[in-house]
Design a protein around this ligand. Sequence first.
Ligand code: NAD
Length: 431
Amino acid sequence: MVANAIQSSVHMTTDPTYQTALQQYDRAVTHLKLPEGLVEFMKWPRRELSVNFPVKMDDGSIRVFSGYRVHHSTVLGPTKGGIRYSAHVNLDEVRALAMWMTWKCALVNLPYGGAKGGVVVEPKSLSLGELASLTRRFTSELILLIGPNVDIPAPDMGTNAQTMAWMMDTYSMTVGYSVPAVVTGKPVNIGGSLGREEATGRGTIVCMLEALRHKGITSSPKDISVVVQGFGNVGSFAAQRAYDLGFKVVAVSDVTGGYYNPHGLNIPAMREYTNRSPRRTLEGYKGDCDQITNAELLELPCDVLIPAAMEGQIRGDNASRIKAHLIVEGANGPTTPEADDILDDRGIMVVPDILANAGGVTVSYFEWVQGLQEYFWDEDEVYRRLERILVRAYESVVSTQEQYGVNLRNAAQITAINRVAQATITRGIYP
Ligand code: NAD
């Protein structure tokens, strides 16, 4: 009865990201012979917190912000997931992202459940001081839910290492002693891990290499063209890593538009440009390239497309025009289920988000482990362990794909959901 009520209310969601996450789940569980109640239990968030809180702005005025934290699953361990600052954040989007974190952690065998949080704010419209006040007040609103053994936030869109430093400091001031392991993605000088900043983008390229190998593509990297949408934490490091390995990165984009050169872009120069630009965008970049729109960028002829900006970019209305042979999802939820079907029919392989961007949470886990042990690894060790975990996860997805005869997205979801299901069965239903 209760389950039916939850189901009908959530089915009424109009949020396309949550619709995508729920549909992907429904598709995957049909392949697993699990008890109906278990299927229902794993689908919905364990707990959710919505807060409205005031922040004093630089001009003395008070603005009220809304924020959310959702714990989707606590079956495999404490919850883990990023905090997003964006004007578009809403509770359903956070629910979707928390659910994907559950599957992602399970897929790479991390001892975590999934969580996500967000504040409805355009971070670029706030001064540094206002951002600090907002972050500190939001952290104090979340204090009931977070902790190094309970729920460990990390950066996501619109947040970064500085945001995590403010969160860690606020939590530590409240409990009275320093607790570096309450967040990951911190600056290295307060207990962050080497390699965390570039981990997601680097992991995306590890998955791209695995996918090329599985597809039997043996061309030299310089003959393989790569397009990257989004030039933030994930996109810029993915583009840089591909460039460093000798791939021809022919186009990148950010919120200001796309930049294209069929002979290859100078990615280090573009990264330097964004690092110097006040809003950290590519706007006004005058290198050797043509300006295109984000819509044009997605449809460019290329070997590999890496959507690394946001959700819902490859949809029913543009999937038939995608010309890439391989899509590696740096972002969460960039492809809708309708687009998945079209890409499947067209033989375009998609390495799904919960695998292709799991590098971030994997190195977050390394950071948490290093923090708890107070023993820190060098960068080579971080990268070596990261690669081993991602390659192993990729292999497990391929083996599920062969077993069930499904695409990589279904295979990744089936693998992850089954791990959470088996752990739930082993733990039993309380009481
Ligand atoms: P970010 O804020 O650092 O960068 C986002 C980038 O996307 C920016 O370059 C921005 O200009 C661009 N962008 C925004 N709107 C756009 C639009 N309409 N068209 C094209 N580009 C646009 O965020 P991020 O941390 O790089 O996250 C990107 C995606 O990766 C998100 O889906 C996030 O959930 C996912 N992700 C991030 C991490 C991480 O460690 N940061 C880990 C896993 C997944």
